[in-house]
Design a binder for this molecule. Structure first.
Ligand SMILES: *[C@@H]1O[C@H](CO)[C@@H](O)[C@H](O)[C@H]1NC(C)=O
Length: 215
C-alpha cells in the first residue's frame, strides 16, 4: 500500500515537472529588459540595469508594413517583432506576409501556442491534431479574424486568394522554435531510402523531392 502510494506520488511529481518544463518560467521581477551586449549565458537574456530602462525598450514601430526575411521558396516573409522588454516574459510576436499563391507550409513550434490575427487579405489557415486522429481544424480567415493554434501542433496557411495577405502572430514563448516539416525531412540529409519508406513511395521519387530542398 505504502509503495503503491509512493509510486502514484512519483508519477504525479514527474508529470508535473514535465508539464512545467513545457512553458517559459515565471518572471521574478516586473521586467528584465534584454542586454544584448552581455556575454553571460542564462535562460533567456541577462537584464539591463533597470535604471537605464525606458519606454523605447518596450516599443517596436511599423508592423503596419511588410518587412523582414523573405522565403522565396514558399512566398512568405516574416518580420520578428523584437522587443527587448519582453525578455523572460514568455511571449514573442511576428508579422507574416504571404503573396497570392504563397504558403507558410506545414510547421510547428515545439514550445508555444499561437494566436494569429489577419491584418490584410484572406488565407486558408489551420492545424492538424496529433496521432491517431490527424484531424484538420481550418478556416478561411479574413481581415480582423483571429485563429488559435495549440502548442506543438502542425499548422499551415495558404494564401489561395488574389490579394497579398498579412497576419500578426503572437506566440506563448520567448523562443517558440520552428520546425518546417518539409525542410526537416527533405532538407536535412536523411537517406532517400528512409524517406521513401516514410512517404510510401520509391527512392527515386524521394530523391527527386529531396534535391529541390538541398539546391
Ligand atoms: C481557399 O481554400 C479553401 C479550402 O480549400 C476554400 O474553402 C476557399 O474557398 C479557397 N479560397 C479561394 C479564394 O479559392
Amino acid at each position: 500500500m505504502a509503495s503503491a502510494l509512493l509510486l502514484v506520488f512519483a508519477v504525479a511529481t514527474l508529470g508535473g515537472a514535465g508539464l512545467g518544463a513545457a512553458f517559459d518560467p515565471n518572471p521574478l521581477q516586473d521586467f528584465c529588459v534584454a542586454d544584448p551586449t552581455s556575454k553571460v549565458h542564462v535562460n533567456g537574456q541577462p537584464c539591463k540595469d533597470p535604471s537605464t530602462v525606458s519606454a523605447a525598450d518596450f516599443f517596436f514601430p511599423g508592423v503596419d508594413k511588410p518587412g523582414g526575411t523573405a522565403s522565396h521558396r514558399y512566398g512568405f516573409s516574416a518580420l520578428s517583432v523584437d522587443i527587448p522588454g519582453l525578455n523572460t516574459l514568455g511571449a514573442s510576436h511576428a508579422r507574416v506576409d504571404v503573396t497570392p499563391g504563397g504558403v507558410f507550409p506545414p510547421h510547428y513550434h515545439p514550445r508555444a501556442s499561437e494566436t494569429a490575427v489577419v491584418l490584410e487579405g484572406a488565407v486558408y489557415f489551420g492545424f492538424v491534431t496529433s496521432y491517431p486522429d490527424n484531424k484538420v481544424f481550418a478556416k478561411v480567415l479574413r481581415k480582423g479574424d483571429v485563429f488559435a493554434v495549440p502548442q506543438g501542433l502542425v499548422h499551415f496557411l495558404h494564401n489561395n486568394g488574389t490579394e497579398p495577405a498579412a497576419l500578426y502572430a503572437t506566440l506563448s514563448s520567448q523562443n517558440p522554435g520552428l520546425v518546417l516539416l518539409g525542410d526537416a525531412l527533405f532538407g536535412s540529409g536523411l537517406p532517400d531510402d528512409l524517406l521513401a519508406k516514410t512517404f510510401l513511395t520509391d527512392t527515386e521519387t524521394a530523391g527527386k523531392i529531396g534535391a529541390k530542398f538541398r539546391s
